[in-house]
Design a protein around this ligand. Structure first.
Ligand code: PLP
Length: 387
């Protein structure tokens, strides 16, 4: 029997999650109350980071992270072509130029070798990036130690787009601790590991950056006397000292997030168990699986398989056939530089060979907390039939 439609990812909402949101609805504050700072503290503590600044979504967090690092016109930002478009758009919002570093086909993440080569060339051409945004694809950390060494050598700043990776570890430390970066971003969209419906956060260990992020999140307005140009006029007084946005998270979202953080370890544990069942099932097949870097623990936002090279012409057919079986196989991601908007900026097909090879073979299989073993066995059977 064909099961009802199996999505590639979805949220899990418990009664405690619901109660937490309802409590806020009955409280005095729907926004700008106590829940947001509590949520920020909970995420920062979990990740062993100093500061957390919650936002209305991760895209907003990426935008103000770029601004806090002073990205502007004439600056250059590099990211991975295999990511959601937001990883690159954030630089364009600031008027900067965007470029991409090709991926490593084993991990799907930014290739350190390609990054080194590109940096050497950029140094000669006087076109070094101000910021590099590595993306932890599927929840698997990039090689942050190496990226950090290059950041020191070539004098660029680092924003981790860890939208997929809350709950993951790198070198046995939580992703988000910012040991090797200036700022780390998580997304709390419902397909991600934990959710606040829409939502995101920027983590940092730098108090100045935290202050900037907080300002930019809320109109560039401050009530902090230390930041003001003159003495306060009275208890109503505030000053706008920068051009910020309204990128705030609501109290409802933060309450949901606080409740979800308590379940984060359980979520990631089960995601790893489900991934291990896939690993085991495909070990003797012709499929390739993205490989974790040494010493890393994936949050398994996605389970991505790569078809054997000779099957790449059947890629579309296989995904369509899985959808006909009620399995919402998906593809993460279309290389950003091949999007029409980016082609109009001057990028061409063929610019990032590995990313395009990856795109011709990658399939995301359903993976989420609560995926039943029965449905997973059905997915495995249907995938194997198509190889
Ligand atoms: C989901 C996602 C984003 C954007 O997150 P939102 O919270 O939806 O704005 C950015 N980058 C990556 C890699 C993502 O997967």
């Amino acid at each position: 029997m064909i099961p009802t439609f199996i999505p590639y990812g979805k949220q899990n909402i418990s009664q405690a999650d619901i109660d937490a949101v309802v409590d806020v609805l009955k409280s005095d504050f729907l926004t700008q109350g106590p829940q947001v700072p509590k949520f920020e503290q909970a995420v920062a503590n979990y990740c062993k980071a100093e500061y957390g600044i919650a936002t209305c979504n991760a895209t907003a967090a990426l935008h103000i992270a770029c601004l806090a690092l002073d990205v502007g016109i004439n600056d250059i930002v590099w990211t991975s072509p295999i990511s959601f478009v937001a990883s690159a758009n954030c630089a364009l919002y600031c008027g900067a130029k965007i470029d991409f570093v090709d991926i490593n086909l084993n991990s799907g993440n930014m290739s350190i070798k390609k990054l080194k080569e590109k940096l050497e060339l950029a140094k000669k051409n006087n076109s070094l990036p101000k910021v590099v945004i590595p993306v932890h694809l599927a929840g698997l950390s990039c090689e942050m130690r190496e990226i950090n060494q290059l950041a020191k050598q070539y004098n660029f700043r680092v924003i981790e787009d860890a939208s997929h990776a809350v709950g993951g570890k790198y070198q046995n430390q939580p992703i988000g601790n910012c040991q090797y970066s200036d700022i780390t971003i998580f997304s709390f969209h419902p397909v991600k590991i934990i959710t606040t419906a829409e939502g995101g956060i920027a983590l940092t260990n730098d108090s100045k950056l935290a202050q900037q992020l907080e300002l930019l999140r809320s109109h560039g307005i401050t009530s902090n006397q230390e930041l003001m140009t003159e003495k306060s006029h009275g208890p109503w007084y505030y000053q706008q000292i920068a051009l910020g946005f309204n990128y705030r998270m609501t109290e409802l979202q933060a309450a949901l997030g606080l409740s979800q953080v308590k379940r984060l370890n359980e979520f990631v544990k089960q995601r790893n168990q489900i991934a291990a069942v896939y690993d085991e099932a495909f070990v003797d097949s012709s499929l390739s699986i993205l490989k974790p870097a040494v010493n890393s623990y994936s949050s398994y936002h996605l389970y991505i398989i790569l078809l054997p090279l000779e099957k790449k012409n059947q890629h579309k057919e296989i995904i369509e056939a899985l959808r006909n079986d009620n399995i919402c196989a998906h593809l993460h991601y279309i290389p950003i530089h091949t999007q029409p908007y980016y082609q109009a900026l001057g990028f061409n097909n063929g610019d990032f060979e590995n990313a395009e090879k990856y795109y011709s073979r990658a399939i995301s299989l359903p993976l989420y907390y609560g995926l039943s073993n029965k449905n997973q066995q059905y997915i495995i059977k249907k995938v194997k039939e198509k190889l």
